[in-house]
Each structure stands twice: as structure tokens, then as C-alpha cells.
Design a protein around this ligand. Structure first.
Ligand code: FE2
Length: 426
């Protein structure tokens, strides 16, 4: 007896008319057409709509989310004013308020089919209040959302007194991943030193690495080179992520022709954050203004795993957002000009399978043996899903239905035309 059977589903790889069978929280069969003689407790007819693995956000800041306007709004719109503003907010934080905002955001995420989030958490303050609060959130959301935490020394691990000790204490408390921010250290050499010591710390402790790296328009900000070199030197291939890498947008092409193969050889994955970096970068430019997104299609073509993150929602750096990873991918495909059919599918993967790979998630996917975690979208395929930032009709995790949203249908009163609009070309 099956627990759940989805019929007539379209899948992200282009297969249509598929049945997906679920038992004990796992996918047990994926087959074209009907499952003969299958007995099931519940059947859902997908009616040709897209069944996708859940969205994953590989780069977020849950300790700051939903704090927009506290204590004031970022006037210049720059990264540096955002960091200064976060510094003003930190003394005002309470664990209860932080936990409540984070739980509210997780509700939004689940309703959008976003079931795994890697959040950086600021370790700069010796109180480690954000760390303690997000560890509590991680525990509370565990039944319905995978929350992975990165020890993030926002004020610089070398630049701020006690930075390294505080980060180590966060790891001792159970934070999963080693973070860093080399471009915010005082000098280029201090930045490189921070990359080296943090990678060594991760190697010693058997942790993954995910560093904010070169989030700058300065073409000479080249800490990704050190990060890739250290990943290789310490045998951390496949365990290291470079987040942002926006300086690559402004680098000399000749240098990049050497850098991208190094990143690929070192098995370093990349997370770009299109919404935030199209907003923050290029602020010192007049015209033309640089886009400030890393070189996504070129990295993908070299075999590097590239995922997209949301980074911020309603915080000192970014005033908008709702936990919608299709909005992130939509911006990514525009800014990276990935408008071919293949490019758009890759952008969809950047917020699903690629993001899951960056996070080392197990059981993500639509194949027998994977978790029965998936999202039914009001779209026929991945391109439609991006175009419409499609409705998440039903969201399941491990076979349990977590969220539902009604179909969006407009009633039209136009003479001689259909009474309903669903925004489908045919
Ligand atoms: Fe970030």
C-alpha cells in the first residue's frame, strides 16, 4: 500500500505524464504512465503541472531577516552602510525577537516550497546571541525545514578583537560550516591570511567552508584565488564554497581565464546572489554601472557547481523579498543573460539541485530512494515556473503535506474572450 501517488506530473528534466509513488517518506517509484494495480492511501492528479524537488537557499542571513527599518533604513544602499547599520542593530537584538522573526521567515519559506536554507550567522559579538538564537530556531524548525548554519565573522575574523575565538566557540556550540569575509579584513594580505587560517580550521575540525569572498567591485580583490588554492592544498575539494565573488565581474579577462580552471580543479562551488548583488554593486560607478554578478555561465561551462542564494530579506542590505527562490532565479537569468532554454533550466537548477549539492544535502531529488519532498507548481515546465514565479500549489516534505496555495485564476469580463486567464500561451 502506497502512502501517496502523484499522477500526470511533468518533471524538471522534461519528462511528462509521470507517476511518482511514495511510501514511508521516500520516493519508491517514478514511472511514465500509470502504476498498474497500485493501491494508495492518497492520490493527487498533477494534471500535467510541474513537480519539482524543493527549493534550497544556499546563502542567507536569518539573524538579520525581517528587521527592515530597525533602527533605520540604509540610505546609500551600499554593502558598507548595511554592515554599519547591522552594527547599530546588534546591541538592540533580543533572542526572543530574533527567534520570532526567523520562525516567521521559515513559515514564508515553507509556503514557497523552500525547505532547506544555509544561513550565515554573525559570530562577532562575544555574547554569541545570534548563534544561540539560530541554534534554537534550527531545533524548532527541524521537523519541517533543514537549517544549516555558517559561523560568519561579519566584522572580520582578524580585524575584530576576539574574532577567531568567537568563531571557534560558535563551532563548539554546533554551528555546521566555517565562514569568512576576507575582503572586509584590513588589507589584502590580512584577507589572504584569514582565508588560510579558516580553511585550516575547517580541515582540522572536518567542517565545510563557505566564505563571503570578494563581494566588491574591486577587480584586484582576488581572495577566491587563495580560497581555491587552500581548498586544494588541504584536500578540501568538494567541501568549499565561494559566496558572492562579485569582483570577478570586473576582473581582467586574461586573469579570469587562469582563475576559473583553478576554481574548477579545486572543486570549489560558487554561490551568486543576484537580487542583492544587482542592488549593492556598482554603487560607486556613474555610467555605465556594472552589474556586479559573478561570471555564472562561464563558471558553469567550466564544470563548477553554481547555485543562487537569496542572501537577504527585509534587512539592512535589502528591503524586499519573500522567500521566493524563483524570484532569485528570475533575476539571475536576467543579470547573467542566461536566456536560452538551457540557460533558463540551469537557473532553475541553481535554486534546486545545484543548491542542494552546495549544501551537501542527502535525499534531494525526484528519483527512487530520495526523500518524498517536492513541490507542485502551477506551471507546465521549469521555464514557465520562472516566467510566472509560479504558484506553489502543494508542498510536501518526506511525504507530509506542509503547505497549499489555491490556483491563481483571473476572472475576465471582456466581450468575446474566455472567462478565465491563467497566463499560458496555448
Ligand atoms: Fe551574504
Amino acid at each position: 500500500m502506497l502512502d501517496l501517488l502523484i499522477t500526470h506530473a511533468s518533471l524538471p528534466d522534461g519528462r511528462t505524464g509521470m507517476s511518482v509513488a511514495v511510501q514511508g517518506g521516500k520516493i519508491v517509484e517514478v514511472r511514465e504512465g500509470a502504476l498498474d494495480g497500485a493501491q494508495t492511501r492518497e492520490t493527487v492528479d498533477a494534471s500535467g503541472q510541474l513537480l519539482s524537488p524543493p527549493f534550497c537557499d544556499p546563502h542567507f542571513h536569518m539573524d538579520a531577516c525581517l528587521s527592515y527599518g530597525l533602527p533605520r533604513v540604509n540610505q546609500s544602499g551600499t554593502l558598507l552602510e548595511g554592515i554599519a547599520l547591522w552594527g547599530e542593530l546588534k546591541p538592540l537584538l533580543t533572542a526572543d525577537a530574533l527567534i520570532e522573526r526567523a520562525l516567521t521567515y521559515c513559515d514564508w519559506a515553507v509556503a514557497k516550497g523552500l525547505l532547506a536554507i544555509r544561513s550565515h550567522v554573525d559570530t562577532s559579538d562575544p555574547s554569541l546571541l545570534p548563534v544561540q538564537a539560530l541554534l534554537e530556531v534550527k531545533k524548532r524548525v527541524a521537523p519541517y525545514l533543514d537549517l544549516q548554519l555558517v559561523a560568519f565573522p561579519q566584522d572580520g575574523v582578524l580585524r575584530s578583537p576576539g574574532g577567531l575565538e568567537n568563531l571557534k566557540r560558535a563551532l563548539d556550540l554546533g554551528v555546521d560550516v566555517v565562514g569568512g569575509i576576507p575582503h572586509f579584513e584590513r588589507t589584502m594580505s590580512e584577507g589572504a591570511a584569514s582565508v588560510r587560517l579558516l580553511c585550516e580550521l575547517a580541515a582540522e575540525r572536518g567542517k565545510l567552508v563557505d566564505m563571503h569572498c570578494d563581494e566588491s567591485d574591486d577587480p584586484l580583490s582576488r581572495h577566491i584565488e587563495t580560497l581555491a588554492f587552500e581548498a586544494q592544498r588541504l584536500g578540501l575539494q568538494g567541501r568549499v564554497t565561494g559566496s558572492h565573488l562579485t569582483s570577478m565581474h570586473s576582473m581582467d579577462n586574461y586573469y579570469v581565464s587562469k582563475l576559473i580552471p583553478l576554481i574548477a580543479e579545486a572543486g570549489v562551488s560558487v554561490v551568486a546572489n543576484p537580487l542583492i548583488n544587482i542592488t549593492l554593486q556598482g554603487r560607486h560607478d556613474s555610467y555605465p554601472k556594472r552589474r556586479g554578478l559573478t561570471r555564472v555561465p562561464e563558471l558553469m561551462a567550466a564544470g563548477v557547481t553554481v547555485a543562487f542564494g537569496h542572501d537577504c530579506v527585509m534587512d539592512p542590505w535589502y528591503s524586499l523579498g519573500s522567500g521566493d527562490m524563483l524570484e532569485v532565479a528570475h533575476m539571475g537569468l536576467h543579470v547573467a543573460q542566461m536566456t536560452s532554454q538551457q540557460g533558463m533550466r540551469q537557473c532553475f537548477e541553481a535554486v534546486t539541485s545545484h543548491a542542494a549539492k552546495v549544501m551537501h544535502l542527502h535525499g534531494h531529488g525526484l528519483a527512487p530512494g530520495c526523500d518524498a519532498s517536492f513541490v507542485l507548481l502551477q506551471a507546465r515546465d521549469t521555464v514557465d515556473a520562472l516566467r510566472l514565479r509560479a504558484n506553489r500549489l502543494m508542498v510536501w516534505r518526506k511525504g507530509t503535506l506542509l503547505a497549499q496555495t489555491p490556483q491563481t485564476v483571473a476572472q475576465l469580463s471582456v466581450p468575446g474572450r474566455a472567462a478565465e486567464v491563467r497566463w499560458l500561451a496555448q
